[in-house]
Design a protein around this ligand. Structure first.
Ligand code: THU
Length: 132
């Protein structure tokens, strides 16, 4: 897994962040199991609740193109700090992430940490529970 490549794609995605209200720009990039990369950014709205996070933008782009299994996601927010995905995005990552999805939090291109889904969303309710 080329973590550095995915973090740099997330940084590219962040360039398009539309965050005139919070000024908090976030970028994400997902790697599908087929090797495709989709980037995303946060997209805010004057009606604040209509805002879409960077992670969901990237994941929904992949899913809408037919790629429903994500092997890794890189997330970059504020410069030189780790930005963790919000609760809703964690649930969406649980829906489309592979069993061993790698969640890469980037401070910048050279500094990142890698988390598992169980670390950031322990005891997740997923489609596997519905099938039981
Ligand atoms: N945001 C994201 O894009 N991803 C996260 O995981 C955290 C929050 C965005 C939403 C909003 O545009 C801004 O950051 C401040 O909450």
């Amino acid at each position: 897994m080329d973590y550095k490549m995915l973090v740099s794609k997330a940084l590219e995605g962040r360039k398009n962040a539309y965050a005139p209200y919070s000024k908090f720009k976030v970028g994400a990039a997902v790697l599908t199991e087929d090797g495709k990369v989709y980037t995303g950014c946060n997209i805010e709205n004057a009606s604040y609740g209509a805002t879409n996070c960077a992670e969901r933008t990237a994941i929904f782009k992949a899913v809408s193109e037919g790629y429903t299994t994500i092997k890794a996601i890189a997330i970059v927010g504020i410069e030189n700090e780790y930005t963790y995905p919000c609760g809703i995005c964690r649930q969406v990552i649980a829906e489309f992430g592979s069993e061993d999805i790698e969640i890469i939090l980037g401070k910048n291109e050279n500094e990142y940490i890698v988390k598992t889904l169980d670390e950031i969303l322990p005891g997740a309710f997923t489609k596997r529970d519905l099938i039981k």
